[in-house]
Design a protein around this ligand. Structure first.
Ligand code: FAD
Length: 311
């Protein structure tokens, strides 16, 4: 059994494990895919202290650091169930897809999140070749260019406001007949000269020249008419889904969006169980934040372990 078992091997999980291992606690990481979203990320330019790196490289560095700290790394391990300890200091149990069960005195849950996809032709083909999901990360790559933002909720409208300052032109496309973002954001967006807002718009295809995106096909849901829009980039902003489905019947408190509720120490609603990164209610889904909240959760678990004798 472990003293700390981390579920999820993205930047949040790796950071938390390094902290607990360095406090001398027997630490393991079980992850479906070590590196998490880093494995899908090309250039990273907003990690403080590192002007440029690439996701897979950062993931390799995290792996190297976990091994140097004698952390037990279990890759290709998908957790399917959490059974919390029945008393403080007791053992929590995690069941995995292959039937294995692991026990640990404390847990750190860092199973991350995934962007909701549009699911139209061209989206997967041109991902990272014009199709983007993170305005903070990829906005500067489209300086002076024409882009569309898909999604008229808060994240879509915020992204459009943010991007309109960098890019040449923004078309914001909302599926519904009105934007759902806060009124103040809508007003700000409408005041920007290089923004067109389309409602009742369904994106049916993202087109490209074989190597990069060159447009999309937009269908008017009222008239049924289709038109092609030429552009260089498409930001899909229709939601980020936390990987927490497996926790649904664990008794752990989740927000209405399915995010793990944590306090400022990374503590969840259950004693001895901590969480960090994109899977939690932390408002900013970024690598540096995942690492920072990972460190906090690791130190939270440390505090719990020194205050609760094993039973
Ligand atoms: P994740 O990275 O999502 O890792 C989750 C881990 O949990 C993975 O190991 C996964 O396999 C595992 N897991 C999930 N479910 C289970 C389960 N049931 N059992 C076991 N393991 C499980 N952020 C930046 O700061 N800068 C950028 O430039 C940037 N670019 C990005 C580009 C792309 C294309 C994407 C998708 C994201 C980008 N981000 C960027 C966001 C950043 O990658 C995330 O905020 C960060 O990876 C979150 O870390 P995390 O550890 O919380 O989760």
């Amino acid at each position: 059994p472990f003293e700390v078992l981390v579920i999820g091997g993205g930047p949040a999980g790796a950071a938390s494990a390094v902290y607990t291992a360095r406090k001398g606690f027997r630490t393991g990481i079980a992850a479906e895919r070590f590196g998490g979203q880093l494995q899908d990320t090309l250039g990273i330019e907003n990690l403080p202290g590192t002007s440029y790196t690439e996701g897979p490289k950062l993931s390799d560095n995290l792996k190297k650091q976990t091994l140097e700290n004698e952390i037990d790394l279990m890759d290709l391990a998908r957790a399917t169930q959490l059974k919390p300890a029945s008393e403080a200091g007791g053992m929590h149990e995690i069941t995995f897809a292959n039937g294995a069960v692991m026990k640990s005195r404390s847990l750190i849950l860092s199973t991350g999140a995934r962007w909701r996809n549009l699911g139209v032709p061209g989206e997967a083909e041109y991902r990272n070749k014009g199709v983007a999901y993170c305005p903070h990360c990829d906005g500067p790559l489209f300086k002076g260019k024409r882009i569309a933002v898909i999604g008229g909720g808060n994240s879509g409208v915020e992204a459009a406001i943010d991007l309109a300052k960098i890019v040449g032109h923004v078309t914001l496309i909302e599926f519904d007949n009105k934007l759902r973002a806060d009124e103040v954001l809508q007003r700000k967006l409408r005041s920007m000269p290089n923004v067109e807002i389309v409602t009742n718009g369904q994106t049916t295809e993202i087109t490209g020249d074989g190597s990069r995106t060159n447009g999309l096909v937009l269908k008017d849901r009222e008239s049924g008419e289709e038109r092609a829009i030429e552009l260089e980039g498409v930001f899909v902003q229709i939601g980020l889904v936390p990987n927490t489905e497996w926790l649904a019947d664990s008794g752990l408190e989740l927000s209405k969006h399915g995010e793990i509720v944590v306090d400022q120490h990374g503590a969840t609603s259950l004693p001895g169980i901590y969480a960090a990164g994109d899977a939690t209610i932390v408002p900013d889904k970024q690598i540096v934040v995942a690492m920072g909240t990972g460190a906090t959760a690791g130190l939270g678990a440390f505090d719990y372990l020194i205050r609760n004798e094993p039973v």
